[in-house]
Design a protein around this ligand. Structure first.
Ligand code: GAL
Length: 358
């Protein structure tokens, strides 16, 4: 599943050339930072960023990146027939940044519960795809995540809250929304402060979107079924110029497949597929990655970053991040591969330009 170095010799070379060019020019581009998808990404302490299946909250001038803290040791779940690679659940990590390039580790903000064997967040469980939104009326930060057991049969959504974006988050409970299964998921907060949980349901065959309660801590009875029977997962939902866009992957476990981008006039759909938004080498396999979140860049009119995970199923902690700008030229939005590019900083507007050739 993961591209080998041999497959990528050419792109490695171009990356090296690009990096050398940037370094030689010693420009503000480097000072401002850049994003190199698929490379090892170090935090400010020089350690690999461990925040997989993540999402980003922008709050009061700071980006908070939450993700799965994978354990060092990847193993196959004993007694499970399919390709069930996993690590012990290490909780949810958090990193902060103001430029989206340099990240400071803030620790494990939702700790696994090592004391209670039957806890939903015991290390033997699965804690995936955490997302956090801020509730203006309660002043609480609310995290939802995919909770599962070692063979993914529990299929529930977990919720945790905190008074601070850097935790600690307190785990409240896990639920089957309206009695339905919930696996891969995301959160979306609309401009009117209503929030939604989007989750793969019905044995991953059908995606659901459910409105959350006003405090974001419960799922309401208002939900819709999307892509019925089409087995879509890894949802990432964003809004641009009054339209809602939903990126999903197909359903092939840790192995990559072709992404889809769908559009709707209303957040709960119906969504119409616009096809695969990815362009460039390996676009049919989503650049060997899988969607997790789309970040609207703060202070910009039209800049959105599509975030993906390039899973390394045999060494999950070494899964890489693929972050690429979404382009809104005429027609459907597209996501083109770029080895290295520079995200716009708050205040900029317009499209995002890649800083290096590919
Ligand atoms: C994928 C899913 C990942 C993880 C994996 C386990 O389909 O997107 O988040 O759950 O399956 O095999």
């Amino acid at each position: 599943m993961i591209p080998t170095t041999s497959k990528h010799n050419l792109s490695r070379l171009t990356r090296l050339v690009a990096a050398a060019l940037i370094a030689a020019s010693a420009t503000t581009a480097l000072a401002a930072g850049s994003i190199a998808s698929g490379e090892r990404w170090l935090d400010r302490e020089g350690k690999f960023i461990n925040a997989h299946g993540g999402g980003i909250l922008y709050h009061e001038g700071v980006y908070y990146w939450y993700g799965e803290a994978k354990g060092d040791f990847t193993y196959r779940s004993p007694g499970v027939g399919w390709d069930c690679y996993r690590t012990d659940a290490g909780g949810v990590s958090c990193y902060t940044s103001t430029d989206l390039c340099h990240w400071t580790y803030r620790g494990i903000v939702l700790e696994p519960d090592t004391m209670h064997t039957f806890s939903d967040i015991h290390p033997t469980m699965v804690i995936e795809r955490p997302k956090v939104i801020y509730n203006r009326s309660t002043g609480k930060f609310v995290m939802w995540m995919h909770i599962d057991n070692h063979n993914y049969e529990k299929a529930v959504a977990g919720v945790a809250v905190s008074d601070s974006p850097t935790g600690k988050f307190r785990f409240i409970e896990s639920v089957r929304p309206n009695g339905q299964m919930s696996r891969d998921m995301t959160l979306f907060k609309d401009d009117d402060e209503q929030a939604y949980l989007v989750y793969s349901s019905e044995g991953n065959a059908t995606l659901h979107i459910a409105q959350l309660s006003d405090d974001y801590q419960h799922v309401t009875a208002r939900y819709e079924r999307l892509f019925i029977g089409q087995s879509r997962e890894a949802p990432a939902l964003f809004k641009r110029q009054g339209k809602y866009y939903l990126i999903t992957s197909g359903c092939t476990g840790w192995d990559p497949n072709e992404a889809d981008l769908a559009v709707a006039d209303h957040v709960m759909g119906p969504y119409t597929s616009l096809g695969n938004p990815c362009r460039g080498p390996h676009a049919d396999k989503t650049f060997f990655a899988q969607s997790t979140h789309v970040l609207p860049v703060a202070g910009t009119a039209d800049c959105f970053i599509a975030m993906f995970d390039r899973w390394n199923k045999r060494n999950l902690i070494d899964s890489r991040y693929v972050w690429l700008p979404i382009r809104f030229d005429a027609g459907a939005p597209t996501i083109s591969w770029a080895d290295v590019w520079q995200p716009p900083q708050a205040g900029a507007s317009g499209h995002v330009a890649a800083v290096a050739p590919h």
